[in-house]
Design a protein around this ligand. Structure first.
Ligand code: UT7
Length: 332
C-alpha cells in the first residue's frame, strides 16, 4: 500500500550545493573519443559539475543541508535524523550521514546512508516519511549527494560523459500549512538484474589487488543499453499502477520529476504514458546524471524557479543500480 498514514508529513525546505568546476562536452572531446553532437543527441547532456579538492561528498551534502534548514526555518538542534542517499560515500565507513551530523552540529540527530542506486534519496525520503508519520522522528534531513567522478573511469566514453557531481537536500517534518505534503510512496527492487550497473572491485567480494586495479574493477560498470531497455519497459506500467494506487490518473499529475539520467529515457516514458514534456522538470542538460542527487536537485530547482505552484501534484520517480526504482506523490 502506497499511502502514508499517521501524522501528515511535509517537505519544509530544500537546498543544493554544486561543485564549482563545470565540465562541458567540448572538454570531454579532448579526453575521450566522443563529440558534443553524440552526447547531446544520445543523452541531452551539455555540461556537468566535477568535484575538486575540498568538495568532498560530505562537504557538499552538509552545505546543501544547511541551505535546506535555512529554507525550512529549522535549526540544527531540531534535527532528529540525517539520511544521505549516496552511491559515492567518501569512505565506506564512516557513512556520509554521521559525518554531516558532525559538520552541521545537529547535536541530537542520528545519521545514516541509504545506498540504493540512483533512487537512494527517494528511498531515504520514504523512510523519513515513515519515521515522521509514526512519530519516531520530527525533523529529518534527507540529502542526495554524489561525488561520482573518482569512481568513474575517465577514459571510458560510455560512462564518463554521463555522470556529474552535486548534492541537494530537503528537510522533512510534520506537515504544516504552506509546506508540500508527502502523501504516497513506493519502493521496488529487481535484484536479478543487479549486473546491469555495478561497482565490483575494492570491496569484500574483490578486495583491492593488482588485478582489480589492472582490470579497472574499482570503477562503475554499466550496460547502458540494457538499463535503457529495462527502464523504458518497466517504468511506464509501474508509474501508471502507482498513480492508480494513489487514487489519481496520470493526467492529474501537474509535474513529473524523473531521475535525470538521459533525456531519451524520459521522452520514451512520457511518450508511452502520454505525458506532455511541458509537465516534466528537466535539468540534466546542465548537471548530467547526478545519481542519488538528481531528483533532489530537480525538486529544489523546480521550487526555486516557481514551477511548482500551490495545490499541485508532483510525482517524483527514480531508477538505478540494483536494479531499484520507486515513486513518491507530493502535494504542494
Ligand atoms: O543512473 C543510472 C542509470 N543509467 C542510465 O540511465 C543509463 C541508460 N542508458 C543510456 O543512457 C544510454 O544507453 C547511453 C547514453 C549510455 C548510450 O546510448 P545508446 O543510444 O544506448 O548507445 P549505445 O550504447 O547503443 O552505443 C551506440 C554507439 C556504440 O558504437 P557502435 O558499437 O555502434 O559502433 C558505442 O560504442 O555509440 C558508441 N558510444 C559513443 N560514441 C561517442 C558510446 N559512448 C559514446 C560516446 N561518444 N560517449
Amino acid at each position: 500500500m502506497a499511502i502514508i498514514q499517521g501524522r501528515p508529513v511535509g517537505i519544509l525546505g530544500t537546498g543544493m550545493k554544486l561543485p564549482l568546476k563545470v565540465v562541458t562536452n567540448s572538454d570531454l572531446e579532448k579526453q575521450v573519443d566522443t563529440s558534443d553532437e553524440w552526447i547531446v543527441q544520445r543523452s541531452g547532456i551539455h555540461e556537468r559539475r566535477m568535484a575538486q579538492a575540498g568538495e568532498s561528498n560530505a562537504a557538499l551534502a552538509a552545505a546543501s543541508a544547511r541551505e535546506a534548514m535555512r529554507d525550512a526555518g529549522v535549526d540544527a538542534g531540531d534535527i532528529d535524523m540525517i539520511i544521505v542517499g549516496t552511491n559515492s560515500p567518501d569512505t565506506l565507513f564512516p557513512g556520509v550521514g554521521p559525518v554531516v551530523q558532525g559538520m552541521i552540529g545537529a547535536g541530537r540527530a542520528g545519521g545514516m546512508d541509504v545506498q540504493a542506486g540512483c533512487p537512494g534519496a527517494l528511498f531515504g525520503m520514504s523512510a523519513a516519511a515513515g519515521g515522521i508519520a509514526s512519530g519516531i522522528w520530527d525533523n529529518v534531513i534527507v540529502v542526495g549527494s554524489e561525488v561520482m567522478s573518482p569512481l568513474i573511469d575517465q577514459t571510458d566514453r560510455g560512462t564518463c560523459v554521463l555522470f556529474g557531481d552535486g548534492a541537494a537536500a530537503c528537510v522533512m517534518g510534520p506537515w504544516r500549512e504552506g509546506a508540500m505534503r508527502v502523501t504516497h510512496a513506493d519502493m521496488k527492487a529487481d535484484g536479478n538484474k543487479s549486473g546491469m550497473i555495478e561497482f565490483p572491485g575494492g570491496l569484500a567480494a574483490e578486495p583491492a589487488s593488482e588485478r582489480t586495479l589492472r582490470e579497472k574493477r574499482h570503477f562503475l560498470k554499466m550496460n547502458g543499453r540494457e538499463v535503457f531497455k529495462f527502464v523504458s519497459k518497466e517504468l511506464p506500467d509501474y508509474l501508471a499502477n502507482f498513480c492508480q494506487s494513489c487514487g489519481i490518473t496520470c493526467d492529474e499529475v501537474d509535474w513529473w520529476i524523473f531521475h535525470q539520467a538521459n533525456i531519451r529515457i524520459i521522452e520514451k516514458i512520457c511518450e508511452r504514458m502520454n505525458i506532455p514534456m511541458g509537465r516534466v522538470v528537466i535539468n540534466l542538460d546542465r548537471y548530467g546524471n547526478t545519481s542519488a542527487a538528481s531528483i533532489m536537485l530537480a525538486l529544489h530547482e523546480a521550487r526555486e524557479d516557481a514551477l511548482i505552484q500551490r495545490g499541485q501534484k508532483i510525482l517524483i520517480s527514480s531508477f538505478g543500480a540494483g536494479m531499484t526504482y520507486g515513486a513518491m506523490l507530493v502535494e504542494s
